[in-house]
Design a protein around this ligand. Structure first.
Ligand SMILES: [Zn+2]
Length: 144
């Protein structure tokens, strides 16, 4: 990162520091700051992976009675027009090996941006629930 852009950036930074009465930074200081920032970013992504794993462990789960399991999932609405409310009102049952709810609900450009990461309640979609009943599946007790 010893290039003109760094020198330019450092120059701007040090002009501001001089006004504040602080010591000017050297290129080495900048590199150290960057390394610190990398560590922080790494820690953040590990944290979010952990949160995601905890989330997945506490999502209501279904035995689909055909060797598969499903999870309660809420569809996100289209972020483009902020109409998340309507689409998000139903909780579907989504087989763990699929992106399609038992009722056929899924996401796509025209419909929804994806399944929500928020912790859903047990399924409320009547079509998913009647399909589950026909399959002979059931809601599993929560994992402890
Ligand atoms: Zn459904």
């Amino acid at each position: 990162m010893h290039n003109n852009l760094t020198a330019f950036f450092l120059g701007g930074l040090n002009a501001a520091r001089k006004t504040d009465g602080r010591e000017p930074l050297r290129v080495e200081d900048l590199a150290a700051m960057e390394a610190q920032r990398d560590v922080k970013a790494r820690t953040r992504s590990e944290d979010s992976a952990r949160v995601r794993a905890d989330h997945l462990a506490s999502v209501p789960r279904y035995d689909l009675d055909d060797g598969r399991h499903g999870q309660a999932q809420r569809l996100l609405g289209r972020l483009a027009n902020g109409a998340e409310g309507g689409k998000g009102s139903l909780v579907h049952i989504v087989p763990e090996d699929a992106n399609l709810g038992l009722c056929g609900a899924t996401y796509g450009a025209a419909r929804s941006v994806g399944w929500s990461n928020e912790l859903p309640d047990a399924a409320t979609c009547p079509r998913c629930l009647s399909r589950l009943a026909r399959m002979g599946g059931h809601l599993l007790p929560p994992a402890v």
